[in-house]
Design a protein around this ligand. Structure first.
Ligand SMILES: [Zn+2]
Length: 432
């Protein structure tokens, strides 16, 4: 997921490695900087114009780059033809399994959203096997809807990345532990691969907060902010931490579990079995328990409702001045700010971005949270940190999954050669 433009060629690199590297340089430049000319790319990448013309030719053959609009004057010399990222036939599939919903979001190579679907779902009741089967069904619906030709090309499924709220063993493409789902050691990718028959397209698994943080960094309202922390607001609280433009992973990829920072040793029991975790104080469960002491059913909130419906009921009561709900949200806001201050003291981020249910209750949660943040950070003005809400809502993690897929293609577009030829996927089968 490294967004840095790499133009350094490793010593001893073979021909294929050099070609892969150069194709990546051109694609990533167009992906991050937008339309540009061959001559400009050549000078920026330190490549000859003839090399860039050859690389662009290859990328145009793959349908990943196209010439756009009439030539534009660029200083002295004849006008240059501009190039832009194409890849409209590339399907990058992001998906998510969470405690109370399933989601799928498909983009093309340039990140244009082609399809989005989220569905309320009780993943705990159904267990891992049935949940993965249900998610595969949702993915199949998406691929069916996108099965027609795109431009003049057949669609190619470039990959599928699934977001899960828990510890992920990325190399094994499995969930190590997801306490809120009650999953341990679940080979998510292997099961999805069997169910979906995606052919050579890679199926990956990622932590929901890490993927959402990457989506914020690339396409959210704080895109380009090189130091940011994304906080999920679901049943669980997860964190995605980006430091100097790079995701913080830790030794085994388990970093960012901010929901299990111990805030109060005498506090309520967390989904992980420990006591007083941040998640047990500010997660959706905790908020509903405080807002509805008599149980959510009294207010027409059912356990199987999607999280946005639960939060919408709370917002309606807050707007109507329900004193219990207002007190609950003020208390949640204070704990959000106390935890955010701890994070700001450690990481000195530019932005701490709240996702999930927080986005729907920001009017009541953000003010007390901002107060507690300012109070709890040693540096003046909270060290330059802004506490805000995500513009990507509940789709952030699935969007991050799709970005993970497009990144893989941008890093090695030659992967598509084999995929477009030996396409054995569901789309090919349907056309056959
Ligand atoms: Zn915990």
């Amino acid at each position: 997921m490294d967004e840095t433009v790499v133009s350094v060629i490793p010593s001893g690199a073979g021909h294929r490695e050099i070609r892969r590297n150069n194709l990546e340089v051109v694609l990533r430049h167009l992906s991050l900087a937008g339309p540009d000319s061959r001559a400009s790319i050549a000078s920026r990448a330190g490549l000859t114009r003839s090399t860039v013309s050859r690389l662009v030719g290859e990328l145009m053959d793959l349908g990943l780059v196209r010439e756009t609009g009439p030539p534009q004057a660029q200083g002295i010399g004849r006008p240059a033809t501009m190039l832009e990222l194409d890849g409209r036939h590339i399907l990058a599939v992001g998906a998510e399994v969470n405690v109370d919903y399933l989601a799928v979001l498909v983009t093309d190579l340039a990140g244009r959203e082609l399809y989005e679907q989220r569905r309320a779902y009780d993943a705990i009741a159904d267990g891992p096997g049935d949940s993965i089967t249900a998610l595969a069904g949702l993915c199949r619906e998406a691929l069916r809807a996108l099965a027609g030709p795109r431009g003049r090309r057949r669609p190619i499924v470039a990959g599928l990345t699934v977001a899960v709220p828990g510890l992920v063993d990325a190399p094994a493409r499995a969930v190590t532990l997801a306490p809120n789902l009650r999953w341990a050691g679940v080979p998510v990718a292997g099961q999805l691969r069997e169910l979906l028959e995606l052919g050579p397209a890679p199926v990956s698994v990622g932590n929901d907060a890490s993927l959402a943080a990457m989506a914020e960094y690339r396409v959210g309202s704080h895109a380009g902010t090189s130091d940011l922390i994304y906080i999920t607001g679901e049943m669980g609280i997860g964190g995605g931490i980006i430091v100097a433009g790079r995701p913080l992973r830790g030794v085994r990829g388990f970093g960012g579990e901010i929901g299990h920072m111990k805030m109060d040793p005498e506090g309520p029991v967390c989904g992980c079995g420990r006591r007083g975790c941040w998640e047990a104080l500010i997660g959706l469960h905790a908020m509903l328990r405080l807002a509805f002491p008599g149980g959510p059913g009294h207010h027409g909130v059912a356990a199987g409702d999607p999280p946005e419906a639960k939060a919408a009921t709370v917002a309606r009561l807050a707007r109507a001045g329900d004193t219990n709900v207002l007190a609950a949200l003020a208390g949640i806001g204070r704990w959000v700010g106390i935890g955010a201050a701890n994070l700001a003291n450690v990481f000195n981020p530019r932005a701490i971005i709240l996702g999930g249910y927080f986005t729907l209750l920001a009017d009541w949660i953000l003010p007390p949270a901002a107060g507690a943040l300012a109070e709890g950070v040693l540096a003046p003005e909270a060290g330059g940190c802004t506490l805000t809400t995500s513009s990507l809502g509940f789709s952030a993690a699935a969007r991050g999954g799709a970005i993970h897929v497009t990144d893989q293609i941008i890093s090695d577009p030659a992967l598509l050669d084999s995929r477009s030829q030996g396409d054995r996927g569901p789309l090919a089968a349907r056309r056959g």
